[in-house]
Design a protein. Structure first.
Length: 262
């Protein structure tokens, strides 16, 4: 299998990060402000440091991009690890169970490997381009049901202006899906599309560490990824759209566009 050694290293690092997160879970953690209403905890920094150390030891020639880096390089040439050590920081700090570690490997900016591990549920999502997508060893597939019979996931942004935009979308999204769900962990929500639990997902904000690993996982499960206009997602894309079918993608793009015009 392609990238077998890289996948083994990423799985080991994700599980090690999970142990760090569980060690600190329930403790009184101070929230460090990164920007308006966006935070990190000691667990974020400690788990990222461990992941970075483990991956660098296994593949010293690969570059590294982590959410908690002070500076975020936009140079995606060659192989680059893209890591969110704790996706769902606010959930984690509040004692909620929806958080995970996300590790992707990108080649020249295109994610080719994804590992997402939720230490509470012990769900391990893995995928390599061309090799299928798996949850704890079981092959995944997006749901074949129409979006009207499935849940639609979305994120409420820490930016107030984007939250107001989502509220404007809701009347147009309501007729095209069964229910709305907002969990607070982008990587996990995209994995819910990959596993057939959700029919689609969107977010008005995109960062490579939130989505790179999940992109591989959902695409290898048969899902479609893009930005909100239908253009191919890139690490520099401003937003995220994930769907179980072309039809679901079209419905979602149209509904969001109507909400934006309202």
């Amino acid at each position: 299998m392609a990238y077998e050694k890289q996948l083994k290293a990423a799985v080991g690092a994700a599980k090690a990060a999970g142990k760090v997160l569980m060690k600190h879970r329930g403790a009184k953690l101070s929230l460090s402000m990164k920007e308006s209403n966006d935070f990190a905890t000691q667990a974020d920094f400690e788990s990222q440091a461990l992941v970075k150390k483990m991956l660098a030891k296994a593949f010293p020639d690969y570059s590294f991009l982590g959410e908690e880096d002070k500076k975020h390089s936009t140079d995606y040439r060659g192989f680059k690890w893209i890591v969110d050590p704790l996706d769902g920081t606010i959930n984690y700090a509040l004692g909620l169970p929806w958080f995970c570690t996300s590790i992707a490997l990108a080649k020249d900016g295109e994610p080719v490997l994804g590992v997402i591990y939720s230490p509470v549920s012990k769900e391990l999502f893995v995928a390599v381009t061309g090799g299928g997508s798996f949850l704890n060893g079981k092959r995944l597939s997006v749901s074949k049901k129409p979006l009207e019979q499935l849940a639609l996931g979305f994120s409420i942004s820490h930016r107030p202006e984007n939250s107001r935009r989502v509220v404007k979308h809701l009347p147009f999204l309501h007729p095209i899906c069964l229910r709305f769900r907002c969990i607070g962990s982008i990587a996990e929500e995209v994995c819910h599309v990959a596993s057939g639990r959700f029919g689609a997902y969107y977010n008005l904000i995109s960062t490579p560490w939130d989505f790179a690993a999940a992109k591989v996982i959902v695409e290898e499960a048969g899902g479609i990824t893009s930005d909100l206009t239908g253009k191919a997602w890139k690490p520099t894309s401003p937003n995220i759209l994930v769907a179980n079918s072309k039809r679901s993608q079209r419905l979602l793009i149209e509904a969001i566009a109507m909400g934006e015009r309202s």
